[in-house]
Design a protein around this ligand. Structure first.
Ligand code: PHE
Length: 344
């Protein structure tokens, strides 16, 4: 009894110690109760009563101690929330620069009547190569360029990741009758070493216009319009003769890049990675759809002609926002992505 009365219960630890020592099922009071068995029968009643008092005393001290401690704590509770304070601003994400540019491309072409189409990223040999006039031994089919998923040597049914969006061209010509006026943005894959200028996957936007009397002049005017809308009214466009199996004639498309001195380029910010100081930056390939390709896709080449072009969306974005390393697009570094917050 003396112990119970004099025990100091001032901290939570002491309270707990007291509980274990006197209140709990393994405490001293409980021990005494267990000893009741050995007390002679005639005394048991009196002793039992005393023990009950002891138990109540212990419980009482415990309850009091607990109450004081809880009371003490209420003084630490912070004052109620100040609802007049301004809210903490919520962090919004940014749209990815490639999405921004893709949507801008779609918008520019929509104004002159181009709709948007898509196709699969896993393609068969026919849509990625054969229908587009690639001879069976063309180097682009080589392992070095193409990620094959399934190879069936000697047959036309290899399955691969598409190496360009021209495969969607084929799908659209097979499915639709002219006039066809579409752009086809999408991801493409090539087995290339990753560097500041090249990646094993990137994005292209294909354009296709098939109708009666479509000419090279229409192609040039369309791309000229696009370049000025995308890069500003001073932009010039240059066509360099080139070769693609699916277009004839074919051209490489360059746009002017401001000043010709390395390091002072107005468009790409002088990055050697993009313009190399030549004054011109290549943004894609183009040409008149080869008559063979038209007939491969069930379109009468006697009646219809058309043009096609394919441009790299990364390249266009790099020029537009002066980005010097293509790897930034896929690294998801927020310091890079956050710079586009205000543009979305
Ligand atoms: N598919 C070509 C490439 O990936 C680009 C291109 C598209 C060229 C359409 C001409 C016409 O390099």
């Amino acid at each position: 009894r003396q112990e119970i009365v004099s025990a100091s219960i001032e901290t939570p630890a002491q309270l707990e110690e007291f509980r274990i020592g006197y209140v709990g099922r393994k405490g001293k009071v409980a021990d005494l109760f267990a000893g009741l068995r050995d007390v002679p029968a005639e005394d048991r009643r009196a002793v039992g009563q005393e023990l009950n008092e002891l138990k109540q005393l212990a419980q009482q001290r415990f309850d009091e101690g607990k109450a004081t401690m809880e009371q003490g704590q209420t003084s630490d509770v912070p004052p109620p929330l100040d609802l007049t304070l301004p809210v903490v601003p919520k962090e919004l994400g940014a749209r990815h620069p490639l999405s921004l540019v893709r949507d801008r491309i779609v918008e520019v072409f929509a104004r002159i009547g181009f709709s948007v189409a898509e196709g699969p990223e896993i393609e068969d040999d026919w849509h990625n190569f054969s229908a587009l006039n690639f001879p069976p031994d063309h180097p682009a089919r080589d392992m070095q360029d193409t990620f094959f998923i399934e190879r069936n040597p000697g047959q036309d049914n290899d399955i691969a990741l598409r190496t360009h969006t021209s495969s969607v061209q084929v799908r659209m010509m097979e499915r639709h009758k002219p006039p066809i006026r579409m752009i086809m943005p999408g991801r493409v894959f090539r087995n290339e070493a990753i560097s500041a200028r090249a990646h094993c996957y990137f994005h292209q936007v294909e354009g296709l216009y098939i109708a009666e009397n479509v000419s090279m002049a229409d192609l040039k005017q369309t791309l000229y319009y696009f370049a000025r809308e995308m890069f500003g009214p001073q932009t010039q466009v240059r066509f360099r003769p080139s070769f693609f199996p699916f277009t004839e004639p074919s051209a490489e498309i360059d746009i002017s890049c401001g000043l010709r001195q390395p390091g002072t380029c107005q468009i790409c910010g002088g990055s050697e990675n993009i313009c190399k100081g030549t004054g011109w930056i290549e943004i894609g390939g183009a040409g008149m759809v080869d008559p063979n390709v038209l007939s491969n896709c069930g379109i009468d080449p006697e009646r219809y002609t058309g043009f096609a072009f394919g441009m790299g969306i990364e390249r266009i974005t790099m020029i537009k926002y002066r980005i010097s390393d293509i790897r930034l697009f896929s690294e998801n570094d927020v310091r890079f992505l956050q710079q586009f917050t205000s543009l979305g």
